[in-house]
Design a protein around this ligand. Structure first.
Ligand code: SDX
Length: 436
């Protein structure tokens, strides 16, 4: 980051001396006011719950321009990556900062492929769960449990450990997600097949059985791969910030990623695709498009607590570019499967049209986000609704790792430890219980 010629000066109306704060510039996007010395110089903290105006770090990985609806991974527009590259190239880009040439891509893919199996012991870990456990409950457990199996790659401060644990996590997430699914439906696990693509291997582990193999449909395989690309990273979102904060204590990479899985599960974050599809199903049950107006009234009524899931975003105040690409993928997949008339897709398109013309949404700059269409395309592929967030976690693992490794490699990083504005009781003495 570059020191700006501009400077910020904080003045106080109570006569306390002014404080000069340096301003730093990035390569693109808002400058930052460096407040690291503020407490030492003023005895005061800044206050920003939800971090609406706070940069927690400097990063060179992903950039979002929320006003333009622009998303860049290491400078490359998501539209180009999603149409000209595959997920393995995107992983290489996010982890190492450049798109691989053919040889580097083949080497990287081979290294990932060779780590797709998990320890056989994992099956016994799964058996501890109820069959109807939510797959994200299982995933939170399984990912954390990886730190019990790979003691040779748990030192986050060792670059070799960081490299091998990155490959292990990227390679094993599809296997673990598929195992969580198979466990929930009482089917045997399918082992990875090294001759399949990353996306094709995942789909086979999800849908094949020992009695019936699964033939990967190239259109669906490409769609799955694109879903992974679109979900791979997204600046300092809640789960990435969780991974950074967790990793800042020096814990092992598997534990830090497990924390990210747990955070992503929430319906305001990665759980929104599952919530969105359930919402569309509810509207369909109520009567479909005719009932959209009634549903929108509920959304606008603050007391209802009803939100239009898959809409709105902390950063995008324009259309989420991923939502556009996901809508196109929806059309491709539904077309390939002869499901063009999928009622939920038609309902989603109608809902989007109505929302984008409604002042409630327009005035609040609420647009579809990545979760609005992703559920429809995953459902068309055959992925059950309660697995959607697991797929999101699978794809986001590479982004979490890239961000974690960037933090650990930053000589300036410290353990994250925010302060607070205390509004509780001042010091008081305990009274004996007889006098309370
Ligand atoms: C992801 O951060 C990331 O990058 C996340 C993500 C990633 O890739 O990592 O992009 C993935 O999490 C996408 C978001 C998925 N979540 C949803 O679709 C759930 C529905 N969306 C909302 O919960 C909400 O929009 C958030 C959580 C996404 C953003 O919340 P903010 O920025 O805190 O905005 P807000 O809640 O303060 O909303 C501003 C206004 C409020 O109304 P007013 O108080 O100003 O009157 O907009 C309203 C909100 O009530 N609003 C909505 C709404 N989202 C915001 N009203 C109805 N439906 C919605 N979906």
């Amino acid at each position: 980051m570059k020191l700006s010629a501009n400077k910020a000066t904080l003045s106080f109306s109570n006569g306390k001396p002014n404080i000069d704060l340096p301003v730093y510039e990035g390569t693109v996007g808002p400058d930052v006011i460096d407040i690291r010395k503020l407490y030492g110089q003023s005895g005061m903290f800044t206050y920003d719950p939800g971090f609406l105006s706070t940069a927690s770090c400097q990063s060179a990985i992903t950039y979002i321009d929320g006003d333009k609806g622009e998303l860049l991974y290491r400078g490359y527009p998501i539209e180009q990556l999603a149409t000209q590259c595959d997920f393995m190239e995107t992983c290489h880009l996010l982890l190492y900062g450049n798109l691989p040439n053919a040889k580097a891509k083949a080497d990287f893919t081979k290294r990932v492929t060779n780590h797709t199996m998990v320890s056989e012991q994992m099956q016994f870990f799964l058996r501890g769960f109820r069959r109807d456990a939510h797959p994200m409950a299982i995933m939170t457990g399984l990912v954390g449990a990886l730190s019990a199996f790979y003691h040779d790659s748990t030192d986050i401060n060792n670059p070799e450990h960081r490299d091998i644990s990155a490959l292990r996590l990227i390679a094993k997430m599809p296997t673990l997600v598929a195992m969580a699914y198979k466990y929930s439906i009482g089917q045997p696990y399918m082992y990875p097949q090294n001759n399949l693509s990353y996306a094709g291997n995942f789909m086979r582990m999800m849908f094949a059985t020992p009695c019936d193999d699964y033939k990967v449909n190239p259109v669906i395989e490409r769609a799955m791969d694109r879903i992974f690309i679109l979900h791979a990273d997204h600046e300092q979102n809640a789960s990435t910030s969780t991974v950074r904060l967790c990793g800042s204590s020096g814990t092992n990479p598997f534990a830090a990623i497990a924390a990210g899985v747990a955070c992503l599960w929430g319906p305001a974050h990665g759980g929104a695709n599952e919530a969105c599809l359930n919402m569309l199903g509810e509207i369909q049950k109520m009567g479909g498009i005719e009932k959209v107006g009634h549903f929108m009234e509920q959304v606008k009524d603050k007391n209802s607590g009803v939100k239009l899931m898959g809409f709105g975003h902390r950063v995008y105040k324009n259309y989420d570019p991923r939502a556009k690409l996901m809508q196109e993928t929806c059309k491709e997949v539904l077309g390939a499967l002869g499901l063009e008339k999928d009622p939920l897709f038609k309902l989603a398109m109608a809902l989007e049209k109505i929302a984008l013309e409604d002042d409630y949404f327009v005035s609040r700059k609420l647009y579809p986000n990545v979760d609005f269409y992703s559920g429809i395309v995953q459902r068309a592929i055959g992925i059950p609704v309660n697995m959607f967030t697991g797929v999101f976690a699978l794809a986001r693992t590479v982004g979490w790792i890239a961000q974690l490794n960037e933090m650990i490699s930053d000589p300036e990083y410290k353990i994250g430890r925010p302060r607070q504005l205390f509004t509780g009781s001042v010091k008081r003495d305990v009274l004996p219980i007889a006098k309370r």
